[in-house]
Structure formats: structure tokens, C-alpha cells
Design a protein around this ligand. Structure first.
Ligand code: IDP
Ligand code: MG
Length: 137
């Protein structure tokens, strides 16, 4: 089933010069870029994006991090795109993520873990509408 999912290449990915490396993994898998933009977000956009996490202990430093510099927001499309992106991204904690995944190969951090991918179809629809309202259906 063709799906769309919202992906963020977080500020650590941009700062470390890994945008091309990470994007090439999604493209090599066969996913298509539907929208892509370099953007620096404010606290309000972070709160909307991470609405499910705003009360968590780890959220204030996460917000500091995601608002600290430019990130790349994109929408990827393809067969089972939501699940496929999550698999390519790997487990949340880069120290525990499996080798071969983006986080497993390139991140050594639980917070600065390079990428975000929507965790389900409902989240994908909500997040695409939030980041790229012109694509909302
Ligand atoms: P996910 O990005 O793999 O879906 P979530 O549990 O939804 O992971 O958490 C959102 C983001 O919050 C993570 O990608 C990571 O940047 C950060 N995060 C999650 N848990 C922790 C933690 O325990 N310590 C620090 N940062 C965390
Ligand atoms: Mg999540």
C-alpha cells in the first residue's frame, strides 16, 4: 500500500553534514521525496510536533535540541513508507540501534539521534498537515 510519512533530519544531521548520507539511504530503498525544506523551528512548532511528549522529563532538552538550528523536513512516499522508514531509522537510542540502520550506524545518542519518522498512519497524516499543510488531504 502506498503511504506518505513525515521525516525530519534533525539539527544534528544538518550540523554534522549527514543530510546527503541519510537522504541517499531513503532514496536507495526506493522511497520518493514528495516535499523537502530546510527550516529552523520555534518552541511552539516543537510542542505541536511532539505533543505526545511535552510533559515528559526528556522533553525540555529535546525541545532545546530541535530548535537549536536548521533541520530538514520532508515527506517520503512509497509502499509501506511509514513502517519502512521506521525500520531504516532504527531504535530510538543510537547506542542500542542495530547496525545497518541510520541511528545504529551514525548516532551514539538517545536524544541526538538524527532522524524522526511518523510512528503510524494517523501520526503521519497529523504531522504532514502540521509541516506541509499544502499536502494535507
Ligand atoms: P522515536 O523518535 O524513535 O519515535 P520517541 O519515543 O517518540 O522516539 O521520542 C521522540 C524523541 O525524543 C526521540 O527521537 C529522541 O530524540 C528523544 N528522546 C526519547 N526518549 C529519550 C530519552 O530517554 N532521553 C533523551 N531523549 C529522548
Ligand atoms: Mg516517536
Amino acid at each position: 500500500m502506498t503511504q506518505r510519512t513525515l521525516v525530519l533530519l534533525k539539527p544534528d544531521a544538518v550540523q554534522r553534514g549527514l543530510v546527503g548520507e541519510i537522504l541517499s539511504r531513503y532514496e536507495a530503498k526506493g522511497l520518493s521525496v514528495v516535499a523537502m525544506e530546510l527550516r529552523t523551528i520555534d518552541a511552539a512548532q516543537s510542542d505541536r510536533h511532539y505533543a505526545e511528549h511535552v510533559e515528559r522529563d526528556f522533553y525540555p532538552p529535546l525541545r532545546e535540541f530541535v530548535t537549536s538550528g536548521p533541520l530538514v523536513a520532508l515527506v517520503l512516499e512509497g509502499d509501506s513508507a511509514v513502517e519502512v522508514v521506521r525500520a531504516l531509522n532504527g531504535a530510538t537510542d543510537g547506542r542500542k540501534a542495530a547496525p545497518g540502520t541510520i541511528r545504529g550506524d551514525l548516532s551514539l545518542s538517545n536524544r541526538e539521534n538524527l532522524v524522526h519518522g511518523s510512528d503510524g498512519l494517523e501520526s503521519a497524516a497529523r504531522e504532514i498537515a502540521l509541516w506541509f499543510p499544502e499536502l494535507a488531504d
